[in-house]
Design a protein around this ligand. Structure first.
Ligand SMILES: Nc1nc2c(ncn2[C@@H]2O[C@H](COP(=O)(O)OP(=O)(O)O)[C@@H](O)[C@H]2O)c(=O)[nH]1
Ligand SMILES: [Mg+2]
Length: 503
């Protein structure tokens, strides 16, 4: 999702990051690129204009000029503006189902947008999470198999479907559904309507009549995330006629360019309530503006990663580790601490999601290299299967001990060897760096650098991640975009093939 847009924006921000100060000219240059990227992602022009204007107002200002790292600041501004545009930071708006039952939910949208599928998904969600009794009804009299389709999906979702009576009009079915809902004690009735391939007056008139009969508490426009510039027009037309209360974007699992979500939200001001993420009945996610903005930007929320890192790093531990390292000591307990820290921060997956340039390809490479959270857990398990003495002096680990440890951790001896090798390499490097002296200050260990170098990773992360990557990445696999591994680090990071972030 959003890959083209996110990669584009990542490229733009890479050129901003790390520069001393941002002039108005810099901001305008960045905004031009953002504009093109958004347009290419099929965001509607007026939405693009509005968005870039907002960003410019905030970016060209004292805050940015005075801040330590203007590039980061602009990223944060763009990110916040995106979050804002997508509906803000608060709790995602759920469905409003209060009132005298049965409460009706009307599903509207073009044909093939995913109304029927989403009807079943919503029914499942409401009956399971809110413990409500849900009835679904198909008002699609146009397609012969449509009613049968909903009946089948309702069964999968574990909810009841209004029995099919042939020959009734959509409005008649709506009436029947509401009275069945009343008589049979349903809390919620979801009405799945017929769409058209394009907006026409017939469809709108029918939907409006259904709304009159059912008085829906929620009228949700279901739209395919793959629709491009049409999204604005569709949303506007439906909104004019139907008093929509929310949007649902489907096929977010697909190759969506993301423009539709932005434009529809922008033109209607309606909350995006859910995202459809698969064809299955459980493929419905609550909408989360921050998460989506992070994905659009492709660099996640660097700011919150930094905050999280600061929170989670145990200062005392970090200082103790720093002292040990200065003496050239880094034992397996220290490594276990580092692994634990990585895990606390959301595991590798969580961290990678935050890093710029981690596109699909890089993620696939990582997966191929076995770089996943299972590996982190496995490594932690290996260390915890060692005695205290073994952890302090890994040199005493001979074959029989390794076999015992492997059995204890549920891994094979080569896994133990791999971990020991990784530790040795880390320890060697640290010794080297310790000898180089200086006042700490090299990036890589928690608490040493004190703050994050512009464009770099939070302290501790790059080192740990770099070394974790080492010895696991297949030959030739390049992992673009791990910042902080570039020119700045004393001693470099042997673990990262192609150390500089990919441009
Ligand atoms: N991958 C994916 N497919 C979906 C999603 N929602 C719906 N579909 C598929 O889109 C097609 C049309 O969906 P349907 O519910 O029949 O659309 P309707 O004409 O609006 O009722 C079906 O093949 C669905 O399985 C989704 O979130 N992800
Ligand atoms: Mg349908």
């Amino acid at each position: 999702m959003f890959d083209s847009l996110s990669e584009r924006l990542t490229g733009i921000f890479d050129s901003l990051t790390g520069r001393g100060a941002l002039s108005e000219k810099d901001v305008d240059a960045a905004l031009r690129e953002i504009r093109v990227a958004l347009l290419e992602a099929d965001v509607a022009l007026p939405a693009v204009k509005d968005f870039t204007k907002r960003v410019r107002e905030k970016a060209v200002g004292e805050d940015v000029i005075r801040s330590v790292s203007p590039g980061q600041q602009v990223i944060k501004i763009v990110h916040d503006a995106l979050v804002d545009l997508l509906g803000g930071d608060g709790e995602p708006e759920g469905l409003s189902l209060a009132g005298e039952p049965p409460v009706a939910i009307l599903m509207a949208g073009l044909q093939g947008s995913g109304k029927t599928t989403t009807t079943a998904k919503l029914a499942k969600r409401i009956s399971e999470r809110e413990k409500k009794k849900v009835l679904v009804a198909s008002l699609d009299t146009r397609r012969p198999a449509a009613m049968e389709q909903l009946a089948q999906m309702a069964e999968k979702a574990g909810v009841n479907c209004l029995p099919i009576v042939t020959g009734q009009s959509a409005v008649e079915i709506a009436k029947r559904a509401m009275s069945a809902g009343r008589l049979q004690g349903y809390d919620v009735v979801i009405l799945d309507t017929a769409g058209r391939t394009s907006i026409d007056e017939d469809m709108m008139a029918e939907a409006a009549k259904i709304a009159d009969v059912a008085r829906p508490r929620e009228t949700l426009l279901v739209a395919d995330a793959l629709t491009g510039q049409d999204a604005v027009e569709t949303a506007r037309r439906f909104d004019e006629r139907l008093k929509l209360t929310g949007l649902i974007l489907t096929r977010m699992d697909g190759d969506s360019r993301g423009g539709a979500a932005l434009s529809m939200r922008w033109v209607t001001g309606l909350p995006i309530k859910f995202l459809g993420v698969s064809e299955k009945v459980d493929g419905l996610d609550a909408f989360d503006a921050r998460r989506l903005a992070g994905r659009i930007l492709g660099r996640g929320d660097i700011v919150s990663l930094v905050e999280r890192a600061a929170q989670d790093v145990d200062q005392e531990k970090a200082e103790r580790l720093a002292r040990k390292m200065a003496k050239g000591k880094f034992d397996l307990d220290d490594l276990a601490d580092q692994l634990g820290q990585l895990q606390k921060m959301g595991g590798l997956g969580g961290i990678m999601g935050f890093l710029p340039g981690m596109n699909k390809q890089a993620k696939a490479q990582m997966a191929a290299a076995g770089m996943d959270d299972r590996m982190l857990k496995r490594q932690a398990a290996i260390i915890s299967s060692m005695t205290r003495e073994e952890r302090a002096k890994p040199d005493i680990l001979k074959a029989s001990r390794k076999r015992r440890i492997a059995a204890g951790a549920g891994v094979d001896v080569p896994d133990v060897n791999k971990l020991l090798k990784m530790h040795r390499q880390m320890a060697d490097m640290m010794k080297k760096m310790g000898k180089k002296g200086g006042k700490g200050g090299f990036p890589g260990m928690p608490g040493m650098g004190g703050g994050m170098p512009p464009g770099g990773m939070p302290p501790g992360l790059d080192q740990a991640a770099g070394d974790l990557l080492k010895g696991n990445a297949p030959k030739g696999a390049s992992l673009p975009g791990l910042p902080g591994s570039g020119s700045g680090s004393a001693g470099g990071l042997p673990g990262l093939p192609g150390g500089k972030p990919k441009k």
